[in-house]
Design a protein around this ligand. Sequence first.
Ligand SMILES: Cc1cc2nc3c(=O)[nH]c(=O)nc-3n(C[C@H](O)[C@H](O)[C@H](O)COP(=O)(O)O)c2cc1C
Length: 369
Amino acid sequence: MRALRGTGRGAEKLLKRSACLVFFFEDEGLRCTNYLTGTTVASTPVLVAVLNFFDRWRKSKEIKLLLGSYSASSVRSTVRQLMDHTLLIEKGSAQAKREEGMAAWNAWEVEARFFHFATKHAFRLGAPLPDEIEFARTLLRKGPQPELVKGYHSSKHIPLPSYAPSLNSEFPRVLLGRRTFRQFGRGRLSLEHLSVLLWLTWGVTGRLRWPGLGKLLLKTSPSGGARHPIEVYCWALRVADLPNGVYHYQGDGHYLERLRNGVQATRVVELCARQEWVHDCAALFVMTGVFPRVMWRYGFSRAYRTVLLEAGHFCQTFCLTGTWLGLAPFCTAALVDPEIEADLQLDGANESVLYAAGVGVKHPTASAN
Ligand SMILES: Cc1cc2nc3c(=O)[nH]c(=O)nc-3n(C[C@H](O)[C@H](O)[C@H](O)COP(=O)(O)O)c2cc1C
């Protein structure tokens, strides 16, 4: 291996263990996963010792200090495998640079980093999408569906008053009218509707004086400590008077910033993990989290949850606004985060994809779901 042989000019490569490793036991034994690259391998105590040895940049040959009793070729092969599996990284490599870019995540404990990065690999491209009925049959063969409603059957039940009269107003009608749409009409979303969707969901609607920090932002959704880590990007496919493209919404000034011209619907389908029905929507809105905004104030992993929870707040607000406007809204978590992040030129560490919502004009005959 070149790393061990050196270049003949004494420039032997420097290696260190990845900072993104988690060890755990599964049925087969000890496993090691690199949560950044998504690689999981069977592990042994010797491999743990080797990785422990590379706790700082070391010349690969130094491993002989630890594994003196092993043959040179087996040591070389072990080091090569650890590099191939991304457990050992080389100074200056793309992986080393990517890990350097994750420094902000040290504000939170390992569980937040592990969950966030490990679940980025959840949608494996190449695997065929399951036929829903066949998939349901497979699940039912494994066991019955868990109860969908919880009830304390032996407890006293207190009937609640009839609520019918108060439902005859716009707010409950919008709440009750919200559904997920997957078929859309051929028309274009008006720029006015796009504007209202953006402003009521992600726009800055006020300021809050925060002790010691001056004025923070207020939006229609709440945000832990008013940190507002959520950003939104719009893939405009069928919007009247707006060229197809990818835009960032600047929620304070209420304007779009064009990042890319001429986006294709087929690309949006790919980004949504090949959900074909997304093809006919008018616009897709991808929400990202800017984690350092939250990490700066809350230095513990539980704060990671707040970012996910907030994406849910924004998404529901979006869907309700779309319903109120008579449009066909939807939301999707089936996203190929790394591809979206590449398209947006985000590093995926300081700012990362969380969730998406979208909208189309209503189909003249098709209903929701
Ligand atoms: C977090 C979350 C993720 C979802 N992801 C998807 C998705 O990837 N694809 C999809 O077709 N629907 C997705 N949905 C929509 C649900 O399938 C839908 O809400 C459900 O069928 C109930 O229908 P309703 O929204 O009309 O009440 C998602 C919903 C939520 C809350």
